[in-house]
Design a protein around this ligand. Structure first.
Ligand SMILES: *Cc1c(COP(=O)(O)O)cnc(C)c1O
Length: 387
């Protein structure tokens, strides 16, 4: 991925910085088109994974819709050229102002996560003289076998409405005269690499849909959410997730009624592999069992290792020496500011460049100015010669 010529051009840039391979992004979107969109599925990009304008416009051009989790994300999506009727708006804690933003633009759907939210939205919509399209986020109680901070579909999670509360929902909805029930929504977690949770999800959706049917509610759409994972260990061997296998699960297991639309909200699987964090080795320090490579990038640029114990592959771009074992750490005064422990890498020296891979999703957008550090720049493959 990092040909010599590109690395030479990297050397004149201030580190750390994010590098985005737009060719890979486009190839990834083509796969989503071939296996999903062209089969009639509606795919919303979860903008929270990466809200860079350049990335957003490429995703819009590829024919995707959008999934937002804040009022400002709605505004960003519109700025990037998405249409209001492509916007799904999720989130367990929408403010009145954010709901009002959605109402003002007549968005495709509010994904509501509690009965109280439905009542508040109804009131706001009534005052505005509008009807809000609502999709109910239900918590399917599925174990997604992912990290406990990114599993979202279990009973004890804060997300969604528990299906046991459906009788209350069915009783409430007819009284909500400024709300139009258009669908049901699910999102079971993130970085899901195994397809079984999605098969389980389809089965839960089928039975939940029957309950809506029995109570006389016709659903225009089902939104199965996102969460599909990427290969962090081998980003070159599996640069594009297997979207064929993903969509086939829904082809094979979801009972779809005539005219019903199926929506998805994919984030990480679309943009994760196209981004890398490029950083310079500041110091190499000898330890007892392992040496430390101290980088100029840290948890302020990429917090996933510190936050979720996530592991990103580290590629050395400027050394081909025999391997030594390193703890690759950041400069921040927190022990969790560590990218890898005990990883074999070509011998490093001060000034070597490394690429921290698979950083396109939940990387740059989660950066902070902790320690009053400067925000890292972003560069895109089309800005470099010969790429
Ligand atoms: C974060 C989120 C997504 C996207 O998750 P990925 O794991 O990045 O695919 C989709 N839907 C909702 C409601 C979300 O909160």
């Amino acid at each position: 991925m990092f040909i010599e010529d590109l690395v030479r051009q990297f050397k004149s840039l201030k580190t750390p910085f994010y590098y985005y391979d737009l060719q890979l992004l486009k190839q990834t979107l083509e796969q989503v088109h071939t296996h999903g969109i062209s089969k009639g599925y509606h795919v919303h990009y979860a903008v929270k994974a990466n809200f860079n304008m350049k990335i957003l416009s490429i995703i819009r051009e590829a024919g995707l819709a959008i999934d937002c989790v804040s009022g400002r994300e709605i505004e960003r999506a519109l700025e990037a050229g998405f249409q209001p009727d492509q916007i799904a708006f999720a989130g367990v804690g929408k403010t009145d102002e954010e709901m009002q933003t959605g109402l003002d633009y007549n968005i495709f759907s509010f994904n509501c996560e509690s009965l109280q939210e439905i009542e508040v939205l109804n009131e706001l919509a009534r005052k505005t003289g509008k009807t809000a399209n609502v999709s109910i986020r239900l918590n399917p109680n599925i174990e997604a076998n992912t990290h406990k901070y990114i599993t979202t579909g279990l009973n004890e999670n804060k997300f969604g409405i528990n299906p046991e509360k459906l009788p209350d929902l069915f009783e409430l909805l007819p009284r909500m005269d400024a709300i139009e029930l258009t669908g049901i929504h699910f999102h079971i977690g993130s970085q899901i690499r195994d397809l079984q949770p999605y098969i389980d999800l389809c089965e839960r959706i089928n039975s939940i849909q029957q309950q809506f049917d029995k109570n006389g509610f016709d659903l225009e759409h089902i939104n199965a959410g996102g969460g599909y994972g990427i290969n962090y260990e081998s980003p070159d061997e599996e640069a594009i997730p297997d979207f064929k296998a993903f969509f086939e699960v829904f082809d094979n297991h979801l009972q779809v009624k005539d005219g019903q639309q199926i929506h998805f909200e994919l984030g990480r699987s679309l943009v994760g592999q196209c981004g890398s964090l490029i950083s310079k080795v500041l110091f190499v320090k000898e330890g007892i069992n392992t040496d430390f490579a101290v980088l100029d990038a840290g948890m302020t640029e990429l917090i996933r290792p510190a936050l979720y114990q996530a592991s990103h592959k580290v590629d050395v771009l400027t050394s081909r020496k025999p391997e030594k074992t390193y703890d690759v750490v950041g400069p921040i005064c927190e022990t969790s500011d560590t990218f890898r422990r005990g990883v074999p890498l070509p011998e490093l020296k001060r000034g070597d460049l490394v690429a921290i891979r698979s950083a396109g999703a939940y990387g740059q957008v989660m950066s902070s100015d902790f320690n009053l550090r400067e925000r890292a720049e972003a560069y895109y493959s089309d800005e470099f010669n010969g790429k």
